[in-house]
Design a binder for this molecule. Sequence first.
Ligand SMILES: [Zn+2]
Length: 352
Amino acid sequence: MVMRLVMNSDTPSAIVNRLSISSIVLAIAGSFSCSLMVIANDGKKPKNTKGMLQPASVLHVAEGLNSDGSLVKHYQRGLRYATKYFGHYGPYYIYLLGPDSEKSVHTIYRQRAMSRVKLNSKLSTEQQIDSFLKRPNVASEIKAVLSGKSEGGLTWTQEPPILYEDVTTNAKQREKDPIENTWGALHEYHHVFQMAHCDTTQKRTSDKHINSWMAEGMATYSSAKFMENMGLVDFNGYMLQLRETGGNIGRPGINEFLAKTKGWRLENESYWDQGGSAQVYYMLGAWATAYLIHVQGVEEVVVLKSWYQDIPRIGKSAAFKKHMGLSLADFYKRFDVFIRQPDESVMKILED
Ligand SMILES: [Zn+2]
């Protein structure tokens, strides 16, 4: 998986994610593009606060992609697994884009603009659509699509209409790689679930928002574990790869990073700008998640899911202490000692 960005939001600093589908109620194939609308509906309402929603995910697929149906099929097997596990949050719009038809891409971006139209705005619908399409980040994203560049990631809105979007500008790569396609769908949907339980208008250091290692590390852990549950990857082998090579996240891996970097801290939010975000947030974050489950002995579903549900009510520090059984400060100290051990020692925690 190419490391997928966690945050682009509309308003200054933004977000992440993906959705689930339990039944296809409507499918529309236009002549210009193949647009699939998939509505998830299992009859259950999400328990959560903000961003809780109509259980709906909508896939937009640009013309020239998905000719044999495998692109959408491999994406959906991940999304289906993730929504079954986390519940339905949304609306969630998935954009799988490519450069073959400019007309199709423009049609899809217009639909994307329409999904964001505010009913109570002083601007007309047409004015709102125009203004979205003219945003510099949107205009440059369209350019990236048409030139076949890979960009994108999870986005969300911070004001009504609340929605989540997973944008892949060059889905041709996903199409060729069914494993990474499914893996990406799992990873991004964990972010949708996370962001639905955070106040994303706050900084990641805030008690109402989660740190980057929690977002990326837990999604890295969960997606690899779910891939193993689906029979698609070897989870323990993947966790070892994160130490030895960095696996599908990037280079270097944890061992080389730790040998060179003495003063790293999981909760330091500056690695996005200064480098090291792949190693600290994704790789060390995944191992921090493993520590909570396999050393601290917290149930997997509590670490990956339940504890988040208390964040809106009591904040992340109290929610962490309540569910993990130790304070964040104590956890950081213990994990630091643990992760410096050799591969053989840390790998032992994953046995049985
Ligand atoms: Zn991510």
